[in-house]
Structures are given as structure tokens and as C-alpha cells.
Write a protein that binds this ligand. Structure first.
Ligand code: SF4
Length: 275
């Protein structure tokens, strides 16, 4: 089996892993030895490990846990022949969750938006909202006054400039109130299926620890990543680094001894195994 063209996708309970290179060859060889009820090798072959392609460019053996979202992205058919239901819905729905997510946990945003999205279904709904009422509805996400200004201002701009639809270009998106480069790239990469790097706190940290970028400015990190990663890998790399930053390369006490990218990582602050 050719290590350069081998990738293995493993399911362990509800967790998914991708491996490429020599480790993938080894795992493929161990297929029969793995406990069948707990660990399942789903796919072997080139192409299944595309989510790791960005790190694979270093020519090393790497493995990484991937989220269901990344899995879906990796399996999404190439090209954009058909407009997805998600894409069609996005054009109608303003990117409210992305704005609420600033300085807030995903869990809290999910709780708040579950109720919010039942009440407000279009840019017109948000544009007509009472700011005082809206502030209380999103209060638990923090910075609720500024977020209310951003969400309602963005909704009014969508109605006035774009007929209530979410625009498709980066230039039009960043011209909306409350929408910066990161938010615009989240929308382009996840909702419209374009290639875009969204530099959140995890991408900011992981890319610097891995030596791919260096700056205090997230927009400069974005430009540096765009320069070193090939365009077809931008969106998947964002998912990869975000998941890696949440689960392994945490801001405090990263799990370096268990990190699949340890051999590639030049960061001098790597943690050591506990003795
Ligand atoms: S070795 Fe440590 S610092 Fe480097 S990428 Fe892995 S978890 Fe992050």
C-alpha cells in the first residue's frame, strides 16, 4: 500500500478520525485486529483524508479527530452544480448566530438562537424588531447592546440594499454593519460553499503554534494562511484548526503529548507528558 496515497477514516463511537501516510497504512493493516464493536474503519483509500490535506502538505504522517461538520464538508461533492437547501436558506436568513458568537460559547449561542430563530425568520423580521426587547432576548450572550446594534443594523442594511437577501461577495458582506472579515468568511465558507479562511481564536492560535503564520492581527494571519495554503483547502483548514484548537491545542494546557501533529509542531512551549 502506497503511504503517499493512503488515508483511513475511523469511527469510534460518535467520534471520527482521519489518518494519512504511514500510520494509515499501519491502521489499514490492523483492520482485522481492531475491536469491531467499538472501532470501525469506514473507508480506506486516497481521497478519504482530504480534511488533512493541508497538514499533509508537510509530507508527514498525521492523524486528527474531525467533527461531524468537517466530515460532511469532506464528503460534500465537488462543484456547485446544485443549490443546496442550506444555501437557499442562508440567502433568506441573516447571519445572526455568527454575530452573537463573539465572546460567547457555542452552547450559549445555540440555546439563545433556538428561541430567536422561531420568532425572527427573515431580515425583515429583525429590521422591525424592538431594540429594547431584542437586547433582553440575546442578553445572556454578553455585549448584548453592541450585538443588538449590529444585528438590527445589519438586517436593515440587508433589507435596504439587498432586498432582504444575504449577499454573495466578501466586499458586500464586510460592508454590512457588524460583519467583519471573519464573519464574512464564515458565511462564504460554510453557507455558500466557497473557499475562505475564517480566523477565530482557535485558528489564530493553532496556525501560529504550527509556524504557519505570525502576527497580532487576525487579518494578517488570514493573509499569511491564504499565502501558504492552496485555495481548495481554505475552508477545510478552518474547520480542522478550530476543532484541533478546541480539543487538543487548547489555549491553556494544550495536550501536546497526545497531539497527532506534535512531530510537525515547532512551538517551543509544548507540554510534556506527566511523569
Ligand atoms: S504539539 Fe501542542 S502546541 Fe503543537 S499543535 Fe499539538 S497541541 Fe498544539
Amino acid at each position: 500500500m502506497d503511504a503517499a496515497h493512503t488515508a483511513v477514516h475511523i469511527e469510534e463511537g460518535r467520534r471520527h478520525w482521519y489518518f494519512e501516510g504511514r500510520l494509515a497504512v499501519l491502521l489499514a493493516g490492523l483492520r482485522r485486529a481492531l475491536p469491531p464493536r467499538r472501532v470501525r474503519i469506514l473507508e480506506i483509500g486516497c481521497g478519504t483524508g482530504t480534511v488533512l490535506a493541508a497538514l499533509g502538505e508537510f509530507g508527514q504522517t498525521v492523524g486528527m479527530e474531525v467533527s461531524p461538520e468537517m466530515l460532511a464538508a469532506a464528503r460534500a461533492p465537488a462543484g456547485r452544480a446544485k443549490r443546496s437547501r442550506c444555501e437557499a436558506a442562508t440567502e433568506r436568513r441573516p447571519p445572526v448566530a455568527t454575530i452573537l458568537a463573539a465572546q460567547c460559547t457555542d452552547e450559549r449561542v445555540n440555546i439563545v438562537t433556538k428561541t430567536l430563530f422561531k420568532k425572527y425568520r427573515s431580515a425583515q423580521d429583525y429590521a422591525a424588531a424592538d431594540p429594547a426587547v431584542f437586547e433582553q432576548e440575546i442578553r445572556s450572550t454578553g455585549f448584548y447592546r453592541a450585538k443588538t446594534r449590529s444585528v438590527l443594523g445589519m438586517a436593515r442594511a440587508l433589507v435596504e440594499r439587498h432586498g432582504g437577501q444575504v449577499p454573495r461577495t466578501r466586499e458586500e458582506l464586510v460592508a454590512l454593519p457588524g460583519v467583519g472579515l471573519k464573519t464574512a468568511n464564515v458565511i462564504l465558507g460554510n453557507a455558500f460553499g466557497d473557499q475562505a479562511i475564517a480566523v477565530d481564536t482557535h485558528v489564530f492560535r493553532v496556525s501560529q503554534r504550527l509556524g504557519l503564520a505570525k502576527s497580532d492581527d487576525p487579518d494578517e494571519i488570514h493573509d499569511q494562511l491564504c499565502a501558504v495554503l492552496s485555495r481548495p483547502k481554505w475552508t477545510q483548514t478552518t474547520h480542522l484548526f478550530t476543532t484541533h484548537g478546541r480539543r487538543t491545542c487548547r489555549a491553556r494546557s494544550p495536550a501536546c503529548p497526545h497531539c497527532a501533529a506534535r512531530a510537525l509542531c515547532p512551538w517551543p512551549g509544548k507540554t510534556k507528558p506527566r511523569s
